[in-house]
Design a protein around this ligand. Structure first.
Ligand code: TRP
Length: 441
């Protein structure tokens, strides 16, 4: 067996992890989730779930990877024994399922990028035709295929040469662009109305609405790439010196800020050019309809903004897709001794096939998105139990190895044992309840 690769630097690891977290989940998922109601209550719940529930799980996932130096398929067994084998499989299967539909949305992003660049933006009366062209016909498969091939190329180039390199130049660019775009959006006449409608509208009842709770949990887990072993894979290439709790805080902070900034870009545009009715017509495709048509009325400026935004979204998506593919790839290498290229080709082909139904139907894509989010929470719950209750020695040793303060360690341990699993359990229960309810009544 070859020696296990390592990140070149701890910054490289953090950028790669942030690259995994920041993606379509922020730029596309956050605005579309926030627009389904909930307003400020959704935002508050989302931030609370990230800080209170997800942060300890994020650290636990990293510790699981780093202390075992194993892929997500093997790591749980090393800590908890054979009984934990199914957890590894949940990780691998869920990553493949998510990447399958993620690649389709990436394809739409690429398509919108090329359309904005070469053909210009659609007029409001062309919006319908534009969306139809986006999500039907051969261009969907072409986009999905292109996205998967690019992802495969990066992953097969390895941890240092592929993933870290990509993250290092793309993440700073991404942050810069997103800040510029959100400042630009703040100058639009509908800016304030947009923030108010989607992010600040306060309604106490929403806090207890099962749908708002389900969306907040799902969005928090999805956006942080949490619950299916991404951070296990990434941290397994990490050295023992870095302070994981601090890194986790930076990663989740960046991710949350980018999510909120993405909302601060899209909502002003929607309110200025389209009005609220528009965003509710099609949840999944909100971004791909509202942005190009809205920006069309600004002429060349609008076209430049659209090209920048969709180019950026595609790069953000690529760094996330890469992390999703790394889960099955590193697991196949670890478990069956395959080489990287074999593992990449096998996984990518399988994921392409699984994604075909999502490419053919928005409805299926939306369902895949909804139901895979339950797996993230299930995975997160299992990680709490494994790392909180079954791994005392390893876990403490590893955290001590990164010389974090004893207070921090105690806090994390307490959260992992008592708070996070109970909160996730409640979240999962409410989510399932919310999803089956329409069928019952
Ligand atoms: N977090 C990424 C985004 O916001 C998507 C993603 C990458 C992901 N890896 C994941 C989601 C693992 C869930 C689990 O777009």
């Amino acid at each position: 067996m070859e020696a296990r690769e390592q990140w070149r630097s701890s910054l490289g690891f953090m950028l790669a992890a942030a690259g995994s977290a920041v993606g379509l989940g922020n730029l596309w998922g956050f605005p579309y989730t926030a627009s389904q109601g909930g307003g400020a209550a959704f935002l508050l719940l989302y931030v609370l779930v990230v800080l209170v529930v997800c942060l300890p799980v994020l650290v636990a996932e990293m510790v699981l990877g780093r202390s075992t130096e194993s892929s997500p398929l093997i790591a749980p067994i090393k800590i908890g024994g054979r009984l934990w084998q199914p957890m590894g499989w949940i990780f691998v299967i869920a990553s493949c399922g998510i990447l399958a539909f993620y690649a389709v949305v990436m394809g739409w992003t690429a398509d919108t990028f090329f359309h904005s660049l070469f053909l210009g933006l659609p007029k409001p009366e062309e919006a319908g035709a534009f969306v139809t062209s986006l999500s039907t016909g051969s261009s969907v498969f072409l986009g999905q295929l292109l996205s998967l091939v690019l992802t495969a190329v990066v992953v097969s180039a390895g941890v240092r040469g592929g993933i870290e390199k990509l993250a290092k130049w793309s993440m700073p660019l991404l942050f810069g662009l997103i800040v510029i775009l959100s400042i630009w959006a703040a100058t639009l006449p509908g800016a304030w109305a947009g923030y108010k409608e989607f992010l600040l509208d306060w309604n106490l009842d929403e806090l207890f609405n099962p749908k708002t709770i389900r969306l907040a949990f799902g969005q928090a887990f999805f956006s942080l790439s949490l619950g299916i072993g991404i951070m296990v894979a990434y941290a397994s290439y990490s050295n023992k010196k870095s302070q994981l709790p601090k890194e986790a805080l930076v990663i989740s902070g960046m991710d949350t800020i980018v999510g909120i900034l993405a909302g601060m870009i899209t909502f002003p545009i929607v309110m200025t050019f389209l009005g609220q009715g528009e965003i509710q017509k099609s949840f999944v495709q909100t971004l791909f309809i509202s942005l190009p048509t809205g920006l069309n009325s600004l002429g060349l400026t609008g076209q430049i903004v659209a090209v920048l935004f969709f180019g950026l979204a595609f790069i953000a998506a690529l760094t996330s897709a890469v992390s999703l593919l790394e889960v099955p790839v590193s697991s196949l290498i670890d478990r069956f001794g395959w080489n990287r290229n074999q593992a990449v080709i096998f996984s990518t082909s399988l994921i392409f096939l699984i994604g075909i139904p999502a490419a053919l139907s928005d409805k299926i894509l939306e369902d895949m998105d909804t139901y895979t989010k339950l797996f993230l929470q299930l995975g997160g719950f299992l990680i709490c139990i494994l790392m909180g209750w079954f791994s005392t020695r390893k876990y403490d040793e590893d955290l001590a190895g990164c010389n974090s303060k004893i207070r921090v360690r105690r806090y994390l341990k307490f959260m992992l044992r008592w708070v996070s699993p109970i909160a996730i359990g409640v979240g999962l229960y409410v989510s399932v309840f919310d999803l089956v309810k329409p069928a019952v009544t």
